[in-house]
Design a protein around this ligand. Sequence first.
Ligand code: MN
Length: 261
Amino acid sequence: MKHILVTNDDGVLSPGLTALAGALSRFGTVTVVAPTREASAVGHALTLHHPLRFDRVSDEVYALDGTPTDCVNIAVAIILKGLPDLVASGINKGLNLGDDVTYSGTVAGAMEGALLGVPSLAVSLERTKAPYDFTHAAEAAALVAEAILRRGLPPRTFLNVNVPSGKPKGFRVTVQAARNHVTSVSALKDPRGKAYYWIGEAEDSYEPHDRSDYQAILDRLVSVTPLQPDLTAHDALKLVEEMQFPPSAEDLALRDRAEVE
Ligand code: MN
């Protein structure tokens, strides 16, 4: 019997969360620990400066007044008192593609699972004008979860799953797209005449790439991208080495020893 932890960033009342928990219940016991209120775009934030409390909403559903990352940690330390076999985050209302994964609370929930050593996935569904229908996304999530439970994942790796609206034509393993990053900031006045600002995405286009997560959605496919928390730009290591920052005494000693040997 597997134990599965489900979280999200849209909040404990989101129907996407219920759909995901329902779809994964065929694999074992599902415990839901999700933010009390919507916590979209909080990224990998961890609450350090105020107390956290949770309420038991129903049998295996808990609402925590924190971020998705808080939810995973409180679940493991207090509610489950141990690691689950799988962490699943979503189903998010709206895609989490390309560079946008760094803002996503949904993706961060799965990343925290991976950092704790648990195979994890994040699931997001394309936004349309029609009301969300999570049926196909929940089925896609179950297929990916089953594969993870059967095959496992390398350490510190998790899967970012994005599902097009409607019935998908199939699956594609993808890489992150690069978004043409234009953010709009609207400057407005509140009723008291004081300035306030509203941030939005001005452009939602991506650089063309056959294998990108964005292209898979355009092709009406479920996109499955393996991600890892390591953001090191390996191609830039040589350039940064050449900047020749002053080495520490310990590094100099190591270098001397290497020369002697
Ligand atoms: Mn969200």
